[in-house]
Design a protein around this ligand. Structure first.
Ligand code: GLU
Length: 432
């Protein structure tokens, strides 16, 4: 036998299996960070693809009891090294395996950066939930849960809300899982309603956490929030809560958008009135005290703080040169492309990258899981205090690394996360 071991051609995976613009972005970000930190090649190749991938198709009966749609769903677990995997479930018409895998990879870095004892996961179903009735979404959720049930579990993989899902969807997942095992298992999901074991403060945690970071970032670059203006893209759970907490800090919200388009008022928008309007009318369309503006013009408004809190791929090489903000606070996952990142760095825009920026959600999810598994109930004050500590700690670690190693904030955050995962992998060693 030859003593020279020929390495396999790297990587053995056929990239087309996962290929999508979002997965390429996640991989490129990772490879860039791996190169800078000189990550061991064996570990690098191991982390480049998810550890477990489940793709399912299942029937969804429409309310007319005649049509049955075949829908596609996914659950991806990126790293199982450091505990159960954790990540949301997204219902969106563009969901595909690559997107879910990218999101799972980002969850790994996010959990590691925040020092949470989880690896990353994500799930998704490719449907437009706005086109389905409540009963259709319930049936779809229960069937999807059954399809992925062997993969999830309170010690294995714990889903949560993401784009297009909410506390009610989590309640149906919890019920379906509990029916199968024969007793209530609140800790199977996080982000569920409080009466079912959900945590106080979980719904608004992502927006709240993002604003805790904006306070730190503003202090760092010498901005006084009471004199600042903000623009928020997206008025779902993350955007609407970020807007609310920014207003509480005395920031003037001048622009906001949702799927129906954008609105702009340089004098300032009343966040409570916006919340009431959306609750009544379902979207921002027709809001009276503002001019309408396109989503793309909204991003280029002159403001101090820009919060992309909608979907991926919004800040690109095309519009990055025209952004006029000082802080880019990412509430969405993957809103900024690789090329745009370089431009933002050259232009000196301070970025709170997604893995840090929106980590408040999974952080309070962790608190929810801990409360459920230990039968604790923490007060809202305890939750928010703990969230504040975790967010500020991660911000400081990231900033310190970015200053010490002269890195942009995204690369610094990724390296903080990757380093922890790599060290866990080395400590566990290989089986067999
Ligand atoms: N979907 C959220 C995220 O992207 C939250 C995940 C969780 O709470 O597990 O971070």
């Amino acid at each position: 036998m030859s003593s020279i071991i020929e390495p396999f051609d790297q990587p053995l995976a056929s990239t087309t299996e996962w290929d999508s613009p979002m997965f390429r972005l996640a991989q490129q970000q990772f490879l860039q960070a791996a190169e800078i930190m000189q990550l061991d090649e064996n570990i690098r190749d191991r982390l480049l693809f998810p550890q477990r991938t489940l793709m399912v198709s299942f029937p969804c009966r429409r309310d007319d009891y005649r049509n049955v749609e075949t829908v596609f769903g996914y659950r991806v677990q990126h790293v199982l090294t450091m505990g159960p995997t954790k990540g949301g479930i997204r219902y969106h018409q563009d969901v595909n395996l690559g997107e879910v895998s990218a999101l799972a990879m980002w969850m790994t870095w996010k959990c590691a950066l925040m020092h949470l004892p989880f690896g990353g996961a994500k799930g998704g179903v490719r449907i437009d939930p706005t086109k389905l009735s409540r009963t259709e979404i319930q049936r779809l959720t229960r069937r999807y849960t059954m399809e992925i049930i062997s993969m999830i579990g309170p010690d294995k993989d714990i889903p949560a809300p993401d784009l297009g899902t909410n506390a009610q969807v989590m309640a149906w997942i919890m019920d379906t899982y509990s029916q199968q095992v024969g007793y209530s298992v609140p800790e199977i999901v996080t982000g569920k309603p409080v009466v079912l074991g959900g945590s106080l403060g979980r719904t608004e945690a992502t927006g709240r956490g993002l604003v805790y970071l904006i306070v730190e970032a503003a202090q760092h670059i010498g901005l006084r929030l009471k004199q600042c203006t903000a623009v928020v893209q997206g008025f779902g759970n993350v955007g609407s809560n970020a807007a609310r907490f920014l207003a509480e800090q005395g920031v003037r919200l001048i622009g906001v958008s949702d799927v129906s388009g954008g609105i702009y008022n340089p004098e300032g928008l009343d966040v409570n009135a916006l919340h009431d309007y959306v609750a009544q009318h379902g979207s921002l369309a027709g809001y009276p005290h503002a001019e309408s503006i396109s989503n793309s013009d909204l991003l280029e408004l002159e403001c101090d703080i820009l919060v992309p809190a909608a979907v991926q791929n919004q800040i690109t090489q095309e519009n990055a040169p025209r952004l006029q903000c000082k802080i880019l606070a990412e509430g969405a996952n993957g809103p900024t492309t690789l090329e745009a990142d370089r431009i933002l760095q050259e232009r000196g825009i301070f970025v709170l990258p997604d893995v840090l920026g929106n980590a408040g959600g999974v952080t309070v999810s962790y608190f929810e899981w801990v409360q459920d598994t230990q039968n604790f109930t923490w007060t809202l004050e305890e939750i928010n205090d703990r969230l504040h500590k975790v967010m500020v700690g991660a911000f400081q670690r990231t900033l310190l690394r970015s200053q010490r190693d002269k890195l942009d904030m995204r690369t610094a955050a990724l390296i903080e996360g990757i380093e922890r995962v790599a060290s866990a992998k080395l400590l566990r060693g290989l089986f067999p």
